[in-house]
Design a protein around this ligand. Structure first.
Ligand code: AMP
Ligand code: MG
Length: 338
């Protein structure tokens, strides 16, 4: 199959919507990461998402909409959902609500909840409006690889497997959405993202974070969010995290780096001088820029054939928790306290 990359224009949007209506998949930009889209109500089309990504069938998809009212036939909408949608939509917050019959169980991997998000990216919204259908879309990467934050990343992973990639530039956030379960009594974050627990609690009064966010699941443990079960976001090279004060972290990293060819370091901008002239890439000055750069950096280290990646830990507060959640999984929880 030939994979086209097209800028977002009225003509490419029409082409994309034609593909969707005809049961095909299309990669689209969002403010979080690129998504692989299909008509959420067409089982055969949704199967193509799982096939192209080689995604395990028990990992459910997020349904994307362009206006709140589209959620009503899909789920049992609640007052809390209304408050959260008012505060954070359009934006990088996914809500889990009790599903209605209309949503095929392949989308929710048989769960009783459905994940719904109204994105903010103008290209994504234009695409959703042109299709005028609920659109199932997980990240547009090969399952297990770092999520794609540019059209080129999608092409690198899915070339020949999908007909079209809409190019909407680099993703602003660069990390997947916050997944918030509001199907129970209290809101619980199952996957941290750009919208933090503190921000959600300002609207709902309280917000828990599932403890599985920062630890590996034990064997046989039921995952609240099935995606958490898998090795995730992982580069080809071996990633190790280092936690401690920046000077000690730098000393520990340097002692490994200097004995290991094909090594590279990821560090905050402020700490770059600690690494001298070694191959070190900046995560930027704060958690937002680390989020924005993380997947891009992991992918570019793979392209350079780097075998060992040593990375500073970030404080697990605010957006730092989301960055650490992805890093810990990419490192398969290889975190050294120094
Ligand atoms: P992705 O879009 O690739 O980031 O994948 C969607 C994420 O949302 C996965 O980690 C899923 O496990 C999670 N998700 C989607 N639907 C549900 C659901 N009904 N319950 C729990 N987690 C969900
Ligand atoms: Mg994903």
């Amino acid at each position: 199959m030939n994979t086209q990359i097209l800028e977002i224009t009225p003509a490419s949007l029409t082409r994309a919507a034609d593909l969707i209506v005809n049961g095909q998949v299309v990669a689209i930009p969002t403010e979080t990461v690129y998504g692989l889209a299909a008509n959420a109500l067409n089982i055969e089309a949704v199967k193509k998402i799982f096939e192209a990504k080689q995604r395990p069938a028990d990992n459910p998809l997020i349904v994307h909409i362009y206006q709140k009212e589209q959620a009503y036939p899909l789920c049992h909408w609640t007052q809390t959902a209304d408050l959260l949608a008012e505060a954070f939509w359009p934006g990088p917050l996914t809500l889990l609500l009790n599903k209605k019959e209309l949503v095929p169980s392949i989308v929710t991997a048989g769960l009783h909840t459905v994940a719904i998000r109204l994105p903010e990216h103008q290209g994504a919204l234009a695409f959703l409006k042109t299709c005028d259908l609920p659109i199932a879309a997980p990240s547009a990467n090969r399952s297990g690889y770092p999520s794609p934050t540019s059209a080129q990343h999608v092409y690198d992973d899915l070339c020949g497997r999908i007909p079209l990639i809409l190019d909407g530039g680099d993703c602003r956030v660069g990390l997947e959405s916050t997944v918030l379960d509001i199907s129970g009594k209290n809101p619980v974050i199952l996957r941290p993202g750009f919208v933090t627990a503190e921000q959600i609690a300002m609207v709902t009064g309280s917000c828990e974070v599932a403890d599985s966010v920062m630890r590996p699941l034990s064997t046989g443990e039921q995952a609240l969010s099935p995606g958490m079960r898998y090795r995730h976001y992982a580069p080809q090279g071996q990633l190790t995290l280092f936690d401690g004060d920046p000077l000690h972290v730098a000393q520990a990293i340097i002692s490994l780096y200097d004995h290991q060819p094909d090594s590279s370091v990821l560090a905050m901008e402020q700490h770059l001088p600690l690494y001298g002239d070694r191959l070190v890439y900046s995560l930027g000055e704060d958690a937002a820029s680390a989020a924005h750069r993380l997947f891009y950096l992991l992918r570019s280290l793979d392209k350079q054939g780097i075998r060992h990646i040593y990375c500073e830990s970030l404080p697990q507060t605010g957006l730092g928790l989301a960055v650490m959640n992805r890093l810990a999984r990419a490192a398969e929880f290889d975190i050294k306290n120094v």
